[in-house]
Design a binder for this molecule. Structure first.
Ligand code: RI2
Length: 326
């Protein structure tokens, strides 16, 4: 029997709500929050039989994964934490989830540190990076470069509609990095002053395509035209296993109110009933591999076309699968 909605722990519900509303955001951060929520579910479960426990964990996993569809770090995290849920007593299952979650969260931090050190090697003293949105993986490269004693400056794209570039600007300023904040439309003009475009990723496909915050693909095309290398910082947690068998990555469409406030809409529509105006708000886009110079992971840096080899090594022939379903 599958657990009902009421058997999902309030902490899981709260985490899912925070992920859906982007109170918790960023591919690595939502994976970490999901692993933490699953460990609370396991720790406080009152299930008295293994099958009931498994059903609860699956329901919690499903609740979390249904929040945002594009960042594969979320199902990858849930799969990792729930991977040992075969047979055994409730206590054994609980221990397996708790250990899995702890191991996952520690691994996440370590992977980001390793990735940062590798990415920092691409940055030279005095370089200027251009960023898009806010990525902890991308910023770990800057942080490691600073630790190596290099001076780095940043041109930070505002990143409409949610202006997450402001988070990047704040973090870089906390590290005393000189920041020039520009609107998205100014990016091409500032590419002439840029040594590297440095972005993160929500998913990496088997063909080396990069799925990241909307606007990344246009930036990458412009960067190629200006001769500026594009560096994508993405832990292997961002590799999308289903893309090895031809599946595509779903692009999340978010609320139109992120783009157009109600009063702005009224102003546009005037006396017209509003039937003719459509607002679309895709959160991500796909950058083809030919516009990407390097994907930096905790395992080294790779040309995008060779990512599939590493994906095969990590995932074997198996597809992602969904451990939160029967
Ligand atoms: P890290 C974010 O998505 C951005 O697109 C960012 O590049 C990506 O996640 C990776 O972030 P959103 O959650 O895992 O802001 O590198 O929509 O922190």
């Amino acid at each position: 029997m599958e657990a009902s909605e009421s058997e999902v722990h309030p902490t899981v519900d709260a985490a899912a709500e925070d992920i859906a509303t982007m109170e918790i955001r960023g591919a690595a951060t939502i994976a970490d929050a999901a692993a933490e929520a699953l460990s609370v579910q396991a720790d406080e479960s009152a299930a008295d039989a293994p099958e009931a426990f498994r059903a609860e964990m699956r329901a919690a996993g499903r609740r979390l994964v249904e929040t945002r569809p594009t960042a594969v770090s979320l199902p990858n995290a849930i799969r990792y934490v729930l991977r040992g849920m075969e047979g055994g007593s409730v206590e054994a299952l609980r221990a397996s989830v708790l250990d899995g979650a702890e191991e996952f969260r520690t691994g996440l931090d370590q992977a980001q540190d390793n990735l940062g050190r590798i990415g920092a090697n691409r940055l030279r003293d005095g370089d200027t990076v251009m960023t898009h949105c806010h990525s902890t993986d991308a910023l770990s490269c800057v942080e490691a470069a600073l630790d190596q004693g290099k001076d780095v400056s940043a041109i930070v794209k505002e990143t409409r509609p949610r202006k997450q570039g402001h988070i990047t600007a704040r973090e870089l300023r906390e590290w005393d990095v000189p920041v020039t904040l520009v609107v998205d439309n100014a990016a091409r003009r500032y590419l002439d002053e840029t040594d590297h475009v440095l972005v993160g990723a929500d998913s990496i496909a088997a063909d080396g395509s990069v799925i990241n915050k909307i606007g990344t693909s246009g930036l990458a095309v412009n960067a190629r035209e200006r001769g500026v290398p594009v560096m994508v910082a993405a832990q292997t947690l961002k590799f999308h296993p289903d893309t090895m068998t031809g599946h595509t990555v779903e692009i999340e469409m978010r609320d139109e109110r992120e783009v157009l406030a109600l009063d702005e809409e009224v102003e546009i529509n005037g006396d017209d009933g509003g039937d003719g105006l459509t607002v679309e708000n895709p959160a991500f886009d796909v950058t083809p591999p030919r516009y990407v110079d390097a994907i930096v992971t905790e395992r080294g840096q790779f040309p995008p076309e060779s990512i599939v080899t590493l994906m095969r090594e990590l995932f074997g022939d198996q597809q992602g699968g969904e451990p939160w379903e029967e």
